[in-house]
Design a protein around this ligand. Structure first.
Ligand code: PGA
Length: 247
């Protein structure tokens, strides 16, 4: 049975209060398309204003610490995100794995902390271009999943975002055949790790999703949604992707 699709935006380090009308417009479109789940991960400074601007709409963060509190200058705990109004958190994005040297073991601890605070964890995985060229894409991605995914994950607590690093922000995407192969491999890994719960965990595709390619990508088998960066910043770009996710 097809899972309900989740179209999540990742605003990265973009957006200020001036962008709240975009959140409101996206939330209004989401309410009008109740058959698709829609969410936006905003900079931490915008979690509360965005949640207040769009009551009931799923606002999230883009990282959290695994500890509840303590001497971690500049970090935010999962409880802090939840208190600010977040409903989910994006974890292990390649920009964090690369720029902040996050390991899968750390992503696992972050995901455990997030779920314990009632936040859905969107756990990002993906291979570099060199790894794909070397024929290691599936091995790299499935290892990241084995090491980053809490063993008690279900579809209610966790989603996976498969984002080939070379497709993020580049305008390049894998072929639909390559997406299908990777998502099938991820599904098999989830079933092996989680048993029947593995069938309920949504697998999002991310990396240069836009209005013009969304329908094709979102209807590949085992693509249960999308994680969208640049094309999530404006309602005019993002709403057509929500519409493309509909059956
Ligand atoms: P992009 O980013 O859609 O701009 O390629 C996706 C992501 O990094 O989540």
């Amino acid at each position: 049975m097809a899972l309900r699709k989740l179209v999540a935006g990742n605003w990265k380090m973009n957006g200020s209060r001036a962008a709240l009308p975009e959140i409101k417009a996206i939330a209004a479109a989401a309410a009008a398309h109740g058959d698709v789940d829609v969410a936006i991960g905003v900079p931490a400074t915008l979690i509360t204003p965005a949640a207040e601007a769009a009551p009931g709409f799923a606002i999230g963060g883009q990282d959290c610490h695994w500890n509840a509190s303590g001497a971690h200058t500049g970090c935010l705990s999962a409880a802090m995100l939840a208190e600010a109004g977040a409903q989910f958190v994006i974890l292990g994005h390649s920009e964090r794995r690369t720029d902040h040297h996050e390991t899968s073991a750390e992503v696992l601890k972050k995901a455990e902390a997030a779920v314990a605070q009632g936040l859905m964890a969107i756990i990002c995985v993906g291979e570099t271009e060199a790894e794909r060229d070397a024929g290691q894409a599936v091995a790299v991605v499935t290892q990241q999943i084995r090491e980053s995914l809490p063993p008690a994950s279900t579809g209610a607590t966790t989603a996976i975002a498969y984002e080939p690093v070379w497709a993020i922000g580049t305008g390049r995407t894998p072929s639909t055949a390559d997406v299908a192969d990777m998502h099938a491999a991820i599904r098999a890994e989830l079933l092996a790790l989680l048993g029947t719960a593995g069938a309920s965990v949504r697998i999002l595709y991310g990396g240069s999703v836009k209005a013009s390619n969304a329908a094709e990508l979102l209807h590949v088998p085992d693509v249960d949604g999308a994680l969208v960066g640049g094309a999530s910043l404006k309602a005019a770009d993002f709403v057509p992707i929500i519409e493309a996710a509909r059956a």
